[in-house]
Write a protein that binds this ligand. Structure first.
Ligand SMILES: *Cc1c(COP(=O)(O)O)cnc(C)c1O
Length: 232
C-alpha cells in the first residue's frame, strides 16, 4: 500500500536525522524543500497543512496556478533554470532563487528586485560534476563571477547549489557534494562577498543523505516526499 504524506514526511525526517547523526551535524541546520513540480495543487495544500514551510518549483508555467492559490502560505523556492524573460513573473513571489548561473540573469534580478523595493536571496548554481547536460558556472568561474555582481545590491548571494548525476549507488555522488562544500569554504577564505556564504543547496531524493553528510543545508526533495503523479 502507498504511504501517506504524513508517513513520507516522518520517514524523510528520520533519514535526515540519521544522516546528521553519523556526520555530527545539528538537524536544525538542514532545511527540507518539498519539490512539488510533479504534483497537483491539492498536494501542495496538503504539504503546507502538514506544517512543511518550504515549497520548490522549477518552472513558472507549472508553478503559476499553485502560487496564485497558495503563495501567501509557506516560503517559495525557484529551483529550475530561470530564463531572463521570466524574472518578472517570479520576482517577489519566490523568496529564494537557486539557479543563478550567468551575469545577464543577475542584472535582470537586480533591476526587477530594485523596482519592487526588495532583495532577492540567491544560490549560485555550480556545475561540479562537469557534465555538459547540467547548467551552472564551472568552479573556476565563480570567483570572477562574484566580483562581477558585487555591486548588485538587491541580489544577495547566500549559498551555492549543485546537482549530482543520478547514480544507482548514491555513495558515488559524494565527491560532487564535497566539491561544493570545499568551494564554499575557499570562497569564504577569499572574502569575495560582504557576508560569508553559508548555505549549500544540494541533495535530491536519490542522494540527500550523502549530501547532508557533506554539509548540505537545503535538500530539495520531490519523489521521496510528495511522490510523482503521472501525467500531471
Ligand atoms: C526535480 C528537482 C528536484 C527533486 O527531484 P527528486 O529526485 O524527485 O527529489 C530537486 N532539484 C531540482 C533542481 C529539480 O529540478
Amino acid at each position: 500500500m502507498a504511504l501517506t504524506l504524513q508517513e513520507r514526511i516522518a520517514g524523510v525526517s528520520e533519514r535526515v536525522q540519521q544522516a546528521c547523526k553519523v556526520s555530527g551535524r545539528n538537524p536544525s541546520d538542514v532545511h527540507v524543500i518539498a519539490v512539488t513540480k510533479y504534483v497537483s495543487l491539492n498536494m501542495v495544500a496538503s504539504v503546507l497543512e502538514a506544517s512543511m514551510e518550504h515549497i520548490g518549483e522549477s518552472r513558472w508555467q507549472d508553478a503559476e496556478s499553485k502560487w496564485k492559490a497558495l503563495g501567501d502560505q509557506g516560503t517559495w523556492h525557484f529551483i529550475g533554470h530561470l530564463q531572463t524573460n521570466k524574472v518578472r513573473d517570479v520576482i517577489g513571489k519566490f523568496q529564494y532563487i537557486h539557479s543563478l548561473d550567468r551575469l545577464s540573469l543577475a542584472q535582470e534580478l537586480q533591476r526587477k528586485a530594485k523596482a519592487a523595493g526588495i532583495d532577492v536571496n540567491v544560490f549560485l548554481q555550480v556545475n561540479i560534476s562537469g557534465e555538459d547536460t547540467k547548467y551552472g558556472l564551472s568552479p573556476e568561474e565563480v570567483p570572477d563571477f562574484l566580483r562581477s555582481i558585487a555591486d548588485l545590491d538587491h541580489v544577495k548571494v547566500i549559498g551555492l547549489m549543485t546537482m549530482a548525476p543520478y547514480e544507482e549507488n548514491p555513495e558515488l555522488t559524494r565527491p560532487v557534494f564535497r566539491g561544493l562544500r570545499e568551494l564554499r569554504d575557499q570562497l569564504n577564505q577569499q572574502a569575495l562577498t560582504g557576508e560569508p556564504i553559508t548555505e549549500l543547496s544540494m541533495g535530491m531524493s536519490n542522494d540527500f543523505e550523502v549530501a547532508i553528510e557533506e554539509g548540505s543545508t537545503w535538500v530539495r526533495l520531490g519523489t521521496v516526499l510528495v511522490g510523482h503523479e503521472e501525467g500531471s
